[in-house]
Design a protein around this ligand. Structure first.
Ligand SMILES: [Zn+2]
Length: 180
């Protein structure tokens, strides 16, 4: 069984596919920009049950990433009400972008954060991940990137019911900063 999907982003593409190692079934990797089938591997890393490769197209020099894995099912996110939904990288990107609005952060920095978080999720090698685990990863990352973005994200994510909780969060942040 082969799952094959690609997500195009600014000047960079993340390309997932999985082949079946047991039957030797192969997936032809096409460049998401020009459709060329020859690409050079620039970097290769083991991320749990998948191999992450950075590739460059021989034809158009476009860069894209692949996660190569034998996969029976798509990674699912367990929501608070116990419903499951497929892990959605785009959603992650939008959530972080919103928190970073009008902050001095480049699209590239946000992309890197998304990629790191995603890698961490895959590294755990589970088929189902609670949404809270992803939320905490985002907060860890934003905390080091931009404090305002962090507070914004946390306020939405933890849906502060009152000002006290929000102050508590800010206090925690300041304490951690002192400790760093
Ligand atoms: Zn190409």
């Amino acid at each position: 069984m082969i799952h094959h999907y690609a997500l195009l982003r600014q000047g960079f593409c993340l390309h997932y596919f999985s082949g079946d190692r047991e039957t030797g079934e192969r997936t032809i990797m096409k460049c998401p920009f020009c459709g060329g089938s020859e690409s050079r591997v620039k970097d290769s890393r083991d991320v749990g049950d998948a191999i992450h490769r950075r590739r460059e197209c021989e034809q158009c020099k476009g860069r894209f990433s692949t996660y190569e894995r034998v996969e029976k099912t798509q990674l699912m996110v367990i929501k608070r009400d116990q419903r499951r939904e497929p892990f959605d990288r785009q959603k992650l990107f939008i959530g972080i972008s919103k928190a970073c609005e009008k902050r001095p952060l480049s699209v590239n920095e946000i992309e890197n954060a998304v990629e790191e978080i995603e890698q961490e999720v895959y590294r755990q090698g589970k088929q189902e991940v609670p949404g809270s685990v992803i939320g905490e990863l985002v907060m860890d990352r934003l905390r080091t990137m931009d404090k305002i973005a962090y507070i914004r994200f946390a306020s939405v994510y933890r849906s502060f019911g009152d000002v006290e909780t929000m102050f508590e969060e800010i206090q925690n942040l300041l304490n951690r900063e002192k400790g760093e």
